[in-house]
Design a binder for this molecule. Structure first.
Ligand code: C2E
Ligand code: CA
Ligand code: CA
Ligand code: CA
Length: 275
């Protein structure tokens, strides 16, 4: 029995080592991913519930690994965050998304908002505001069409967040709180931040139990009182859509309407929409 314990232990540490090696190898590849043109953005449409009009897209990163194929952001973003690679990657995402939005506008297509996810490392970077402004200047995108998505967990330092969010607001850039409802923070802090959108975490929609419906109702009510627009994401079924529309949720995003699409498919979609 003693021997068995020992070998289980050895097996376990071997597993851990393999995980660590795998991660280190991925990190090494990730380091080259941008210069090798392996990162690409997909864009998921968002719609106004009342009018049915497309209002914007959320840019979502995809890594097309030369040997492993498509790697999801759920897998590589944490590695990018730990290694600090999220700084160059995040900047590339921001610049590519803004350039794309500007290009669609120049093609005379429907003017839509471009939402970009920002990680905590980027948000805490002293050059964050300068980086964002630099991108807007280089791409020529009107700041009103950039929406930066941050999560509740990034705002624990209230003073710092307030300062940064105010700066973005003063520049005319919109900010969303992503994955709202999962951060365990008090709701009252919302009124302290100049934010324009709140995205309800999809976890509440996945199962419309009585407690989840109560949470969604409360979030929408609260946002309305603060004049903040609510976007529900992860909408997959008609039932969820009907529920959200009876609550007068402002906007929706999810597989029911569209998956995240490559650039050319967004272009095709926009070409069908009269401006
Ligand atoms: P997120 O910001 O919460 O993005 C929404 C995720 O939900 C996306 O996953 C999207 O594809 C997925 N989704 C959309 N509609 C539905 C639906 O109807 N049902 C379900 N089940 N899922 C839906 P994705 O693209 O795999 O991204 C995962 C996460 O990775 C994102 O979550 C975000 O936190 C992070 N991420 C993606 N791109 C970037 C990026 O450029 N920078 C940073 N910092 N994070 C990113
Ligand atoms: Ca997001
Ligand atoms: Ca989200
Ligand atoms: Ca999420």
């Amino acid at each position: 029995a003693k021997d068995q314990g020992k070998s289980t232990h050895r097996f376990f540490t071997q597993e851990l080592n393999n995980d660590m090696i795998e991660k280190t190898l991925l990190e090494m590849d990730l380091r080259q991913a941008i210069s090798r043109d392996e990162i690409e953005l997909h864009y998921q449409p968002q719609y106004d519930m009342k009018t049915g009009r497309m209002t914007g897209v959320e840019a979502l990163a995809r890594w097309n690994h030369s040997k492993k194929g498509l790697i999801s952001p759920g897998q590589f973003i944490p590695i990018a965050e730990e290694s600090g690679l999220i700084l160059p990657i995040g900047l590339w995402v921001l610049e590519t998304a803004c350039k794309q939005a500007k290009q669609w506008q120049e093609q005379g297509l429907l003017t839509i908002r471009m939402s970009v996810n920002v990680s905590i490392r980027q948000f805490k970077q002293p050059t964050f505001i300068a980086d964002v402004l630099g991108v807007l200047q280089r791409t020529g995108l009107d700041p009103a069409y950039l929406n930066i998505e941050i999560t509740e967990s990034m705002t624990t330092d209230v003073q710092y967040s307030q300062k940064i969010l105010q700066r973005l607001h003063d520049e005319g850039i919109h900010v969303s709180i992503d994955d709202f409802g999962t951060g365990y923070s008090s709701l009252s802090y919302l009124s302290k931040f100049p934010i324009t959108h709140l995205k309800i975490d999809q976890i509440f929609l996945q199962d419309l139990s009585s407690s989840n419906t109560a949470i969604i109702k409360t979030i929408i009510e609260l946002a309305k009182n603060l004049s903040i627009d609510v976007i529900a994401e992860g909408v997959e079924t008609e039932e969820q859509a009907i529920f959200l529309s009876t609550l007068r949720c402002d906007e929706v995003q999810g597989f029911l309407y569209s998956r995240p699409l490559p650039k050319l498919e967004v272009e095709k979609l926009l070409q069908t929409i009269p401006v």
